[in-house]
Design a protein around this ligand. Structure first.
Ligand code: PEP
Ligand code: MN
Length: 339
């Protein structure tokens, strides 16, 4: 349910509403709108009609049900796009188009520092790099774990770029939180509900990838797990879905961008690397993402893709990344985005 406050209703009235929501066994989520506040009351759907009684409280304008199964992620709850900082000075969700770039995995200090310097020079504002890698084969490189997180920190200190890195296992959330600016949930964990619930307790942004077999509604329900824990800083990432097509690693669902725009206020980014699986296809998908209205990209870039421990075939080399960024800047003029 959404409790819409009257324009000018004061803090006391808002506190009353929040307390009453809690007494009824629901959790209040306040959104301060441009002209008035609204309070989302989320919890057990079965008894939600009791919330209708809030209508008589002072300062309350109306109480309206949220039709969608995803409540806090919905545009009904918040019609304006969400905008927040991934790290100080790096906002997402407004005019800014955020490019996160770096290798699939952290491999060594020279590798991650060079990647960070090169992607920064080309205009990326966030460094990506996996320290915990969810690999299809248990015999593949699994990541450098905490040593990798330390190297990401070294790259951050060398360049000033904030870090996005994946947390695979709920048991590692505290550790990854210590090092990361943004915590990534990979496609294989989109429906790892215990993990999502833990991330809902954090005060750092979460980059949530779409599962390779998730519908858009299921994807938004996963985001809802994080939001309902109290963490509002969720970035959705379309990274390709499984289809019958084998020419690309996955099928980039570029139409997910306008579909999500009509469903949610959360920022949306595209991963052109895991979706296509081939570096040759990456630049055109970057341009398409901007044209489709995405808020940013997460792109794999390796100083020497031929030597990458994983995902070399889909990684751009620094020169190709710089060329892509130069052209993307020209598209940005038309799309009215700042890059
Ligand atoms: C990654 O970003 O390195 C990754 C493993 O991606 P995904 O979860 O989308 O497969
Ligand atoms: Mn990868």
């Amino acid at each position: 349910m959404i409790i819409v406050m009257k324009q000018g209703a004061g803090k006391a009235a808002l506190d009353d509403v929040k307390n009453r929501i809690k007494e009824l066994g629901y959790k209040p989520h306040v959104i301060h709108g441009a002209t008035r506040d609204v309070v989302g009351a989320v919890g057990d759907e079965k008894n939600k009609d009791v919330l209708q009684t809030l209508e008589i409280l002072p300062g309350v304008d109306s109480v309206v049900p949220i039709q969608k199964p995803y409540k806090l992620a919905s545009l009904e709850m918040q019609p304006e796009p969400s905008s927040f900082e991934l790290a100080p000075g790096v906002a997402i969700g407004g005019d800014n188009f955020v490019v996160m770039a770096g290798p699939c995995s952290v491999e060594s200090e020279p590798q991650i520092v060079e990647a960070a310097q090169k992607v920064k020079a080309a205009g990326a504002t966030v460094l990506r790099g996996g320290a915990f890698k969810p690999r299809t084969s248990p015999y593949s490189f699994q990541g450098m774990e905490e040593d990798g997180l330390k190297l990401l920190d070294a790259a951050r200190q060398a360049t000033g770029l904030p870090i996005v890195t994946e947390v695979v296992n709920p048991r590692d959330v505290d550790l990854v939180y210590k090092y990361a600016d943004v915590l990534q949930v990979g496609a294989r964990n989109t429906q790892n509900f215990p993990l999502l619930r833990m991330l809902g307790q954090l005060d750092k942004p979460i980059l949530l990838k779409r599962g390779m077999a998730s519908t858009i509604q299921e994807f938004l329900m996963s985001a809802e797990y994080i939001l309902s824990g109290g963490n509002r800083k969720v970035v959705l990432c379309e990274r390709g879905i499984r289809t019958f097509e084998t020419a690309t690693r996955n099928t980039l669902d570029i139409s997910a961008v306008p579909v999500l725009r009509q469903a949610t206020h959360l920022p949306v980014v595209i991963d052109p690397s895991h979706s296509t699986g081939h570096s040759a296809y990456v630049p055109s998908m970057c341009y398409a993402s901007m044209a489709a209205g995405a808020d940013g990209l997460i792109v794999e870039v390796h100083p020497c893709p031929e030597e990458a421990h994983c995902d070399g075939a889909q990684s751009l080399n620094p020169q190709d990344f710089a060329n892509m960024m130069a052209k993307l800047r020209r598209y940005a003029d038309v799309a009215e985005r700042t890059l």
